[in-house]
Design a protein around this ligand. Structure first.
Ligand code: ADP
Ligand code: MG
Length: 318
């Protein structure tokens, strides 16, 4: 049974204005770690405040354990939710508060301690893990709580969440496992919000074609040599590939990774700006202004409706 469920949940702070939360249908499952992810102002806090009973919905229903709780006070809802500063468990240490939901879902000790340590490091609260909430400042308490449920940090959300709810302008764009939302984005917002650098999007007739920077690489990497005959592009086990000509404008060297910026040239997608991301172990040189044979595995191409931005069926790239 769903622990927390919302049906058509909507909040308009002012009449006539765009909703802070619009028509949200959510179902969190037993023991699941569900993370809300979206840019600032996308409605995460308002959604959680409505669930907790701190904000009255304009319309829609909230169910806890299958029972509609719209008319219940926060206290009556009795939901064990770690909620910014005001809902840490006072008898638990910061560490205890962070691992609690992981423990509740049956994660083994070693793994949850590792996750908690990692999250604490990310938020700069490692030195505070032994303290109780009353021994922490407001901001520190907030970070302990924020280590868990609401985040705009996608790395954190992807690492911590069993499922991720991607929101923008009050609406849920997609709910899925971290790999589902990353590999199979429902629309162009999800495709570009997740991932850094974001998915390349290029217009092509009625559709937008998307491919991740890590799937856009030099053809020379396929065969270990600079000049590659067309048939390798077709026969390699990852293939078939779509060959593309990439004019490099500049390179960003990030230690483990190299990010190449530039634009496509030639028949397909001429002049479209795109990004390639590869491991620094690839030694090839890419001078500014040089032209290179690149490729994308055909199966890594995602197609979006140009008008609505939502996923659509594959089209041939003639
Ligand atoms: P997030 O937590 O994702 O950053 P919020 O839920 O805080 O987003 O905000 C969603 C939208 O609702 C924003 O446009 C914000 O300005 C608006 N909003 C939030 N709280 C109030 C309020 N009390 N009165 C009016 N507008 C609000
Ligand atoms: Mg917020």
């Amino acid at each position: 049974m769903a622990i927390v469920e919302t049906r058509g949940l909507t909040k308009h702070f002012r009449q006539g204005q765009v909703g802070a939360v619009v028509d949200v249908d959510l179902e969190s499952r037993e023991g699941e770690f569900l993370v809300l992810l979206g840019p600032s102002g996308s409605g995460k806090t308002t959604l959680l405040r409505m669930i907790a009973g701190l904000e009255e919905p304009t319309s829609g229903e909230i169910l806890i354990g299958g029972v509609v709780v719209n008319d219940k006070t926060p206290r009556e809802r009795r939901i064990a939710m770690v909620f910014q500063s005001y809902a840490l468990y006072p008898h638990l240490t910061a560490f205890g508060n962070i691992v609690f939901p992981l423990k509740a879902r049956g994660m083994v000790r070693e793994e949850r301690e590792k996750k908690a340590e990692w999250a604490a490091g990310l938020l700069g609260i490692k030195h505070l893990l032994d303290r109780k909430p009353r021994e922490l400042s407001g901001g520190e308490r907030q970070r302990v709580a924020l280590a868990l449920y609401v985040t705009h940090d996608q790395v954190e959300a992807m690492a911590m969440g069993d499922r991720v709810v991607v929101m923008n302008f009050g609406r849920v764009h997609q709910i899925g496992t971290p790999s589902e939302v990353y590999d199979d984005p429902a629309d162009t917002f999800v495709a570009t919000f997740l991932g850094s650098p974001p998915m390349n999007l290029v217009e092509h007739g009625e559709v937008i074609v998307g491919f991740r920077p890590e799937h856009f690489f030099p053809v020379s990497h396929l065969a270990g040599r600079a000049a590659v005959p067309e048939d390798i592009l077709k026969s390699d086990r990852e293939g078939p590939y779509v060959p593309l000509h990439f004019r490099i404008s500049h390179e960003e060297y990030l230690g483990a990774e190299r990010i190449l910026y530039g634009q496509l040239e030639g028949d397909r997608f001429d002049g479209k700006k795109v990004i390639s991301r590869m491991s620094s172990t690839h030694g090839a040189r890419f001078e500014s202004g040089s032209l290179h044979a690149f490729a994308v595995p055909e199966r890594e191409l995602k197609f979006f409706d140009r008008e609505r931005g939502t996923r659509t069926k594959r089209v041939p790239l003639a």
